[in-house]
Design a binder for this molecule. Structure first.
Ligand code: WT7
Length: 652
């Protein structure tokens, strides 16, 4: 591990802007002041068991009550021990006896422009029918079901139907290859595959069934496959293995009571690629995850019943699991769901959707925001975005310049921004502003949510002083935490619980400023060490992005005989032409913004950065390119191999 020697990192970033919550927003918010936040935080910290216990009793339905809030057998947690509940019941049935019964649960738009609305009542019936289909196909409690689908309501229906009968879903993002599906199916020993004929992406058909056919050749545990007709493209149906969704649904009854499940019954497995090797099947369970996603959804997005909430992630990622499906539906929210690309048929598709449906909250990724900036403000200015009241970001740090653009151009200067820090492993948001309470600072995820106890430590586990970077760890269990890695308990202990005693290791670096605000500095493995100073990738990148010519940047270290490491940066320009003069200007710019130490040694221009499918910059690959090494390890998460090829071409 790159950062393991001392653990401390030097911070060079200076960001002085502070944005208090607008008074009109705070006046109506669930949590409307820092005093309220602090009181809630203190309550959770002083007595976590009664804090979470009370919420769990009040806000979830119990077939049988739990007898103990937490059983902590480090590093194994059991929350709400002895209780029986069902997350599908909490997302659906619970609302049927309330005024939410006929309220929109899912407002969906397909890429070609088709629209559907499913009320809670309708969604409940569809989920019940599909749960009966699962039973009919022989799926039982505990069986694993692999889902590889486009962003259509049936994806959420399939997830909720699994949860209803206690089957464990493994959703695989519909951009993954047949190889990747087969590897995950094999690891989870999936019994059933659910897919669609195809999906729409930038006007073209993604042939999902064709990919699944190849994957199933190498997935011996999968016995059957259900195929949704979405696009109408030709597919091969294998007799005795493949079934049409609509045919099975025709015969299925809408009566399917939710199965009472143990609080710790596994809900899903979600694969996330580590920096090396085999993807990890992150295992989440029922009651703790349910409560945590519901409460964090309500707190962070200040959800109100009249809101339409739009999280632009795909259900193939944790963000979609927690903040399209389980959190919002448990809270009785109306969620917007969109199938396709943000730039189809034009670069204003998101703004068109917001105007058309009067979306109130937009939750998206910094990588998307940087793309919007590059595409130009004219696409935004065409639309009325006045329905928006709150904006959110997730997935990586947001560079202060991108934050300012989001605030001004999308939020019209009036919407708070919640920069939410969390991970697949944490199940839900861990650190974020509360929009009616927390003054925000561009680039900071601000403060931990109630019940979350972060620390920043060096490699020996000592707390580092204020203002210094170090390893971000979490010192106490929380209800949404992962319970393990599917089929590999040693890796769970090794990866998360062995480095710092009694703490969960997040794998991120961070620092706290004098106001107690957290600043994420990037992954531990990505630290750049220049002449004994550890620099964070995000700080160098943010300095570059603050130059008017730069759309996006990635900073990595490469070996240097004198300095230990030299800084290599990869820069995507807005529309300026690459030149030696601009290269020098950018080096000077970083020097001015953060100091001589951080001045990049190499500046490479590129048309795009290599990203994982979830939009994270592949720094490992860039490091290899910067040091002239061959790429090693797993690159199945590359978004676009041509990007890599292009970068390599640039080098020669
Ligand atoms: C890693 C987790 C959590 C859902 C999406 C990603 C980075 C995430 C932020 C943020 C800075 C962030 C961290 C984290 N990250 N949110 N607001 N600021 N960094 O889930 O794929 O499990 O990735 O994403 O490095 O560890 P994931």
């Amino acid at each position: 591990m790159n950062g393991s020697a001392g653990g401390q990192i030097d911070s060079v970033m200076q960001e002085a802007r502070v944005f208090p919550p607008p008074p009109e927003f705070a006046a109506r918010a669930r949590i409307g002041s820092m005093e309220e936040y602090e009181a809630l935080y203190a309550r959770a910290k002083n007595d976590p068991e009664s804090f979470w216990g009370a919420y769990a009793r009040e806000e979830l339905h119990w077939f049988e009550p739990f007898t103990k809030v937490l059983e902590w057998n480090e590093p194994y947690a059991k929350w709400f021990v002895g209780g029986k509940t069902n997350i599908s019941y909490n997302c659906l049935d619970r609302h049927l006896e309330s005024p939410r019964r006929h309220k929109a649960a899912i407002v969906w738009e397909g890429e070609p422009g088709d629209q559907r609305v499913l009320t809670y009542d309708q969604l409940h019936r569809e989920v019940c029918r599909f749960a009966n289909v699962l039973k009919h196909l022989g799926i039982e409690k505990g069986d694993r079901v692999s889902i590889y689908m486009p962003m259509v309501p049936e994806l959420a229906i399939a997830m909720l139907a699994c949860a209803r009968i206690g089957a464990v879903h493994s959703v695989i993002f519909a951009g993954f290859s047949a190889e990747a599906i087969a590897e995950r199916n094999h690891d989870a020993e999936a019994k059933l595959q659910i897919t669609a004929d195809g999906g729409w992406r930038r006007g073209k058909v993604l042939p999902l069934k064709e990919t699944v056919d190849q994957a199933l050749e190498k997935s011996p545990t999968v016995q059957k496959c259900v195929v949704l007709r979405r696009v109408g493209n030709d597919v091969t149906m294998k007799e005795g293995r493949d079934y049409w969704w609509h045919e099975l649904m025709e015969e299925a009854s809408t009566d399917c009571p939710a199965e009472p499940l143990d609080s710790e019954h596994p809900l899903f497995i979600l694969y996330t690629s580590g920096s090396t090797g085999k993807p990890k099947g992150i295992r989440h369970t029922t009651a703790g995850y349910n409560l945590y996603t519901k409460k964090t959804f309500e707190w962070v997005f200040d959800y109100r019943d009249e809101d339409l909430f739009w999280c632009t992630a795909d259900c193939g990622w944790i963000t979609g699991h927690s903040y399209i499906v389980y959190g919002p539906l448990s809270a009785g929210a109306s969620v917007m769901m969109y199938e396709g690309a943000p730039n189809w048929p034009a670069e204003d598709r998101f703004w068109d959707i917001i105007e058309k449906y009067r979306v109130n909250t937009l939750y998206t990724a910094p990588t998307a925001i940087r793309a919007f900036i590059k595409w130009g403000d004219e696409h935004v200015e065409k639309h009325d975005l006045s329905s928006l009241r709150l904006l959110g970001t997730v997935g990586e740090g947001i560079n202060p310049e991108a934050w300012m653009w989001y605030h001004e151009k999308i939020g019209g200067g009036r919407c708070p921004i919640v920069d939410t820090w969390w991970q697949t492993e944490t199940g839900g948001i861990m650190m974020s502003p509360l929009p009616g309470a927390t003054p925000t600072k561009p680039g900071s995820c601000t403060k931990p949510l109630p019940g979350i106890i972060p620390r920043i430590v060096d490699a020996q586990g000592n707390d580092v002083p204020v203002g210094h970077g170090g390893w971000l760890v979490i010192a106490k269990p929380w209800p949404g935490m992962l319970r393990g890695i599917w089929g590999n308990e040693e890796r769970y202990v090794e990866q998360y619980w062995s480095k710092i005693p009694h703490c969960y290791l997040t794998g991120d670096n961070a620092r706290v400023d004098e106001d107690g605000y957290y600043w994420i500095m990037g992954r531990i493995d990505d630290v750049i060490n220049v002449s004994g100073h550890r620099l964070s990738t995000i700080e160098v990148e943010s300095a570059l992005v603050s130059h008017p010519a730069v759309a996006e940047a990635a900073a990595v270290g490469r070996p240097d005989e004198i300095k230990g490491q030299a800084i290599a940066v990869f820069v995507v320009l807005k529309d300026a032409e690459p030149s030696d003069a601009l290269r020098d200007e950018l080096r000077q710019h970083v020097r001015q913004e953060i100091g001589a130490l951080a001045q990049p040694d190499d500046v490479r221009f590129t048309t795009a950065l290599p990203k994982t499918r979830s939009g994270k910059i592949m720094r490992r690959l860039l490091r290899d390119i910067a040091s002239g090494k061959e790429t090693v390890g797993d690159t199945t998460t590359l978004e676009d191999y041509t990007v890599l090829a292009k970068l390599r071409g640039d080098e020669e």
